[in-house]
Structures are given as structure tokens and as C-alpha cells.
Design a protein around this ligand. Sequence first.
Ligand code: NDP
Length: 396
Amino acid sequence: MSKVLIIGAGGVGSVAVHKCAQIPEIFTEIHLASRTKAKCDAIAESVKTRTGITVPTYQVDADNVPETVELIKKIKPDLLVNLALPYQDLTLMDACLETGVNYMDTANYEPLDEAKFEYKWQWAYQERFKEAGLMALLGSGFDPGVTNVFAAHAMKHHFDEIHELDIIDCNAGDHGQAFATNFNPEINIREITQRGRYWERGEWVETDPLAWSMDYDFPEDIGEKKCYLMYHEELESLALHIKGLKRARFWMTFSEKYLTHLKVLENIGMTSIEPIEYNGQMIQPIKFLTAVLPEPGSLGPLTKGRTCIGNVMKGIKNGKEKKLYVYNICSHEAAYKEVGSQAISYTTGVPAMIGAMMMLTGKWTGKGVFNMEQLDPDPFMEALNKHGLPWKEVEL
Ligand code: NDP
């Protein structure tokens, strides 16, 4: 018997709640809270129709620790799953420490006024979680998340040392909109417009934003796509935890159309996080832009095609060089049919459910703050195959 409290009723929260409801023997009670209760109610209604499971819903401001503590005390969950925004990571970790509840999320903390993707703020909670005898699992989405587990799996079963790692994230889907982001627009644009960064021989090398690209031929008829080098948060923990790693890079595909729109928005200042005065009010242009762009959730019925996300890893096994590609392909249409969301939310919400399952079933335990690659990859890899994100591995 286990009780989970999920915070955040966006695209990812919706998938995670639907997937948890498919496994009532593990998730005996699912509670959902977010800033806007109506969004929680809409998810609860869809879950009820699809699975017959009732999900109690609540309004909460996760930036407010006392308010969140009160909600946690009322529900008394075994685990809090943070699927709100990265800005809420620290307040939710504080609320978990105050109430003695385990914590999990899918994205690392980011200060509102600075687009910085670093684990330092959350790693600083290590001692407090250890002393409280609690576990915090960071980044249980796809990337970060599954990509970290793919690396841990390769390390455990295929390599003595991994020397080169390229994480390649391809969205070969199309939603037919002139410009839209597949997850929260503000977080997405902040991430893409920052300077590129990769790990090489023990140090970080910087590039201009999206300045480097390569063509990659994706499997199963997805074909060749242009991928751009960018910084992604899992590189930081993987560079620390994967033995022998000499180079680690992250690549993402973008269409010409997407990049042209982004460039124009950037050039006219619409992606800026610097507050400006408008009609006597201070606003961040990116927040205004987020409000006018399509909600990622609305792209579900419109998106066709597939995603393909995986790790290309080169290293040594028994003194011989080896190159391995581990990947998952996910269909936007199949995800929509199953849980009413497109594949970007699906590929994040499913690993969020699996991370929660690992913690609630005791397959992953520990005291302190953990990144995904620090835990045994086997039960997680098995669960991916079982719960909608089957993976393949090929020697290149
Ligand atoms: P959405 O914007 O769709 O949803 C975010 C939800 O959080 C909304 O329901 C929002 O409420 C709620 N929220 C925001 N602020 C607060 C607050 N102060 N208190 C309570 N609730 C709040 O985002 P996504 O679902 O696309 O993304 C969710 C998380 O998943 C993000 O952290 C994102 O970075 C991460 N992510 C991780 C990926 C991975 O692979 N690891 C990939 C994609 C996303 P409201 O509806 O009122 O705005």
C-alpha cells in the first residue's frame, strides 16, 4: 500500500497520473495538487473515465512552504513527486524535509532571474536528506532520467569504461503549428537560448547557442536529421559519476522553421528574462510569450510522428573498443490514444511514474540526494519495456 502526492497538473503531470492509475497495486492512492485546481480536476476526470480510479485534487502554491507543508500533513503521502516547474524544486524539498517525506522530480532547480541549469542547489541538500533518513531522486524524466539510466545500464552490462557519450534527442513529430514548444515554453526557450556547453577531458567547453550541428541518421525509417549541440543538465551528473568519461555532449533536433521563429523572437527581445515595465507593471517578456504560445497539452491531438531519444556510447570492454547505441522510439499518436498527451509529455511522465515506483517498492532506496545513474539500472530498464517505453540496443 502506498500513497503518492503529485504536484503539477501540466503535460507531464497528466501522463504521470494516468500511468500511476494503471498500476493500482503499487499506487494505491494518487493525490494531485497544483496552482490551478481546475487543471487537476480535468486530469482526474480523464483518469476516472479511462481507469475508474478516483484521484483527489487540491489547490496549492508550491512556492509557499507552509502552505505545501499543510497539504502534505493532511495527505500524509509516502512520496512527493514534483512535476511543477524547476523553480519549485527547493521549496518542495524544504517541505519534504519538514514533513519527513521522500522527494522526486524531473528537472533541476533553476533560479527565476537566471537561466542556469546546475545541480549545485539541490546537491547542497545532501546532508539534510541523509540526516533525516530521507531519499531525494533527481531528474526522473527522459532526459534527464532515462538517458542517465541508459548510461548506467551500459556501464553495468557493456563497458569497463565509457570514454565518449553523445545523448541525441530527436523529435521527428509535427504538430502543424507555426511555432510551439512541446513542454513548458518558458523552460524550453530558456534552455535552448543559453550558451552551448559540453564536457571534454575534465573541463567544460562553451559554444555560442546552437552554433554546432551534425547530421544523424536515426533508426527505423526516421532517417537523417540535423541535430544541434546544446547544454543539458544530465551532462553534469554523468561527467561526475560515469567512470573514465572523456567527452560528453547533448544534441537535439530542430527544424529550420522552428529556429527561424526562435531567432526572430530572440532578436526582438521576446525571449528575454530581464523584466521590463509595461503599463506600470514589471513583466518578463518570456512570461508574456509563454502566455500567447499554444499550451503544450493542446498539441496532443495535433501531433503526428515519433520521437527517438538515445545514447551513443564509445568505450572499452576487455581491452577492446566498443560502440553502443541504446534508444527508445515513441509514437505521438499512440501516446495520445493511451493517455491523451503527445510523446514529449509521455516520454517524461512514464519515467516519472517508474522512478516513483522504484522508490515506493523499495527497488531503489537510500538516504540523501541521488541522480538516476547512481542506482541499479536493471529494474528501471525492465519497467521501461513493460510500461510503454521499450528500448533497443545495437552495437555500431
Ligand atoms: P507545464 O507548464 O505543462 O506544467 C507545469 C505545472 O506546474 C502546471 O500545472 C502549473 O500550474 C504548475 N505550477 C507552476 N507553478 C506552480 C506553483 N508555484 N505551485 C503549484 N503548481 C505550479 O509543464 P510540463 O508538464 O511540460 O513540465 C513539468 C516539469 O517537467 C518541468 O519541470 C519540466 O522542466 C520537466 N520536464 C522534464 C523533462 C525530462 O525529460 N526530464 C522533459 C519535459 C519536461 P498552472 O497550470 O497553474 O500554470
